[in-house]
Structure formats: C-alpha cells, structure tokens
Design a protein around this ligand. Structure first.
Ligand code: PLP
Length: 359
C-alpha cells in the first residue's frame, strides 16, 4: 500500500522560501554580516537588564494585550489605544494584513523589486501578486501602481524607504496616490526604516493615516532599535483594520522579553537618536565614497545602499565575501549592502573600488 502524504493547499506550491541574509563566515580572520540590514550596535543601555529581569518569568505567558507597550506607543504617537496593534515583527503583521484582506481571486499590488516577503505572504493567502516595476530611478512608480488597481485589488504595499533600493516616495506624490486609491482598498505603508530618513519632503505615515481610514502604518523594533532577534513590531490603523490585526495575531506571539525591551527602548530616545545619527553619517560617507569611485547609486534613505550590478551581481557578492563582508545579492539585479561597523564598511568600499576598476 502506498502512503499518501497529507493534503496541503495548492496555494503553497512553488512559494519561494524567504532567504535570510547570509550569516558572516565563522573562523576566518574577518567576517562581517552586511546582508540583513541589522543594527551593528548592541541593544540600548538598560535593555539587556530589562530582558534579563523578564527572563525570570519565562514560565509565564506574556501579556496577551501588550498593555504597557501599547500604552507607551499611544502616548508617543498621540493615537488612540484602539488604533494600535503589536505583532511578531512587522513581517508577521504584513502577513496578518494580507490574510485579513485577500484570498483566492483577490489582488495585492506592490512595487518590484521591493521587500521579498510580499510575494511570499501574498501567495500563502492564495491571492495574486501584481508587481509594478520601479522607475528607472529605482523609486516606486505610484502612478503605475494606481493604474494597476482593479475591482479585485484588496491591499497595496508602499515600502518607504524601499527595501532593497533605499529610495523614498515624497509627500506630494504619496498624497496624490492615496487620493486615487478607493477607500475600500487597504494601503500599507511599510516604514521599517523610517528612523533613518533625513529628508523633509518624505512624509511620516502616522500623519497620513490620521484622516485616511484605509491607511495602515507598519513599524518595527528590528532595525533602528536593534531588536531584530526579539521579533516585535507594531501597526497604527483605524478600526476595523487594527481590530483585524488583533483577531489574526498568534496568541501570545510577542514575548514578555520583547514587550519589555520595546518599552525600555522607546524610553531611551536620546541614545537611540545618537546611534541612528551615527549610522546616517556613516551612510553619507559610504555614499560619497562610492560616488567618488564612479558608481551611480540612488540617494539612500535607509540603513543600506543599493548597487545595480545586473549580470555582475553574484561576482561582486563573491568578492565581497572573500574580502570579509557578506552582502545581499539579488541575482541579475543588484546588491544590497547594510551600513555596518566602520571596519566592515571600509572593507566593502575597498572591494567596490577594486571591482569598479575592472568593469
Ligand atoms: C526588515 C523589514 C521589515 C521588518 O521586519 P521585522 O519582521 O519587524 O523584523 C519589514 N519591512 C521591511 C521592508 C523590512 O526591510
């Protein structure tokens, strides 16, 4: 008798697996990981102690409602408690939003190339991805995205700044776009890197959401706050979107360690700003150095730079790795390189310079 395997939903066939940034090699003399947009700094002062305290209660379930964190966020952003939801990283929340809005026959629009989780979570829901190419300047083509809306569109992701190109859309163009989106289509502003923006013309999603009930802002503690390992993010949206996020959350998904660390991090605003400022300064230095080497690179607004290397992408990633820095290649397209420790950035710059001379 031949055993049949369990019946799995056909929607799962062919889903690309999420590729985590390659870890830095161990054992070599030098190995830096610039492949996952992580913060090179350790957690903020006091956060480790807070986590250690919370660890004493690991036999207990966490606070299901994330009460203290939600209260802290409500005060910080001046939004009602009911407009907040927390989740296991903003990727988890993006998945909940797709699950809440779209199923078979429905469409999810996003720019491409953009965050690689979008196609995966769309396919898991059984919905259809509508990928709208970036402009030649590597920016979201918001006019084309609005043109792509049909009566099957349920959700649109706008990744601002965009991963992996580090480019932004500005206030006027984003508002014009939002004005064109029907009120029954959810727009998710994925602002994972918002703290790194130094451009007055880029809007803060929290300002845009206030009078737009179809806008949901996603934020995370993984990048600027340096808590990627704890898995905690949050969303700001009107009812009933925020309520949908609470309904679809994995019960007790956000650990007490993560909740307490997030609250402590929010209270260390000055230290946070200092670190983010240092990374932004370093980003400027890296960008200038690359430009001086002759590379054409878009202005970067997040904690990474994007080199469109086309067919040379994998070669470049390999020479970087040999030199001691692991970067994130997108075969045939380009390489995303996180701004990391100064020593790591220096290795990357030296490698880029040598590679450029051979082009
Ligand atoms: C890193 C990232 C996230 C956040 O991930 P977490 O799940 O919060 O760690 C979300 N969106 C984009 C575009 C990202 O690059």
């Amino acid at each position: 008798m031949t055993e049949k395997s369990p019946k799995l939903r056909a929607a799962l066939d062919g889903i690309p697996t999420y590729k985590p940034g390659k870890p830095a090699a161990t054992g070599g003399p030098l190995a830096f990981k610039l492949s996952s947009n992580e913060n090179p700094y350790p957690p903020l002062a006091g956060v480790l102690e807070t986590v250690a305290d919370a660890a004493a209660s690991l036999n207990r379930y966490p606070d299901l409602a994330c009460t203290a964190l939600i209260a802290e966020l409500a005060e910080r952003f001046e939004v009602p408690l009911e407009h907040l939801a927390t989740g296991t990283g903003s990727v988890g929340m993006a998945q909940q939003l797709v699950q809440s809005t779209a199923g078979p026959g429905d469409e999810v629009i996003y720019a491409w190339r953009s965050f690689e989780a979008y196609p995966i979570i769309t396919q898991i829901a059984g919905a259809t991805s509508v990928q709208v190419p970036l402009t030649d300047d590597e920016v979201h083509d918001l006019d084309a995205m609005a043109d792509a809306i049909t009566d099957r569109t349920r959700l649109i992701f706008v990744c601002n700044p965009n991963n992996p190109t580090s480019t932004v859309v500005r206030r006027a163009e984003l508002e014009r776009f939002l004005d064109r989106v029907p009120s029954d289509v959810l727009v998710v502003l994925d602002e994972a890197y918002v703290e790194f923006i130094r451009d007055e013309r880029v809007p803060n999603g929290v300002d845009l959401y206030r009078d737009r009930p179809n806008v949901c802002v996603l934020r995370t503690f993984s990048k600027a706050y340096g808590l990627a390992g704890l898995r905690v993010g949050f969303a700001i949206a009107h009812e009933p979107v925020a309520a949908a996020l609470r309904k679809t959350a994995v019960p007790f998904g956000v650990s007490q360690l993560a909740q307490d660390a997030a609250v402590a991090s929010l209270r260390s605003e000055d230290a946070l700003r200092e670190r983010v400022d240092a990374l932004v300064t370093e980003r400027g230095r890296v960008w200038e150095a690359l430009a001086a080497q002759g590379w054409t690179i878009p202005d970067c607004r997040a904690n990474f730079v994007w080199l469109r290397l086309g067919e040379r992408t994998l070669d470049f990633a390999a020479v970087c790795e040999a030199a001691g820095v692991v970067v994130r290649p997108f075969a045939g397209e380009g390489v995303r390189v996180t701004i990391g420790e100064r020593e790591a950035n220096e290795i990357f710059l030296r490698t880029a310079e040598a590679f450029r001379k051979e082009l």
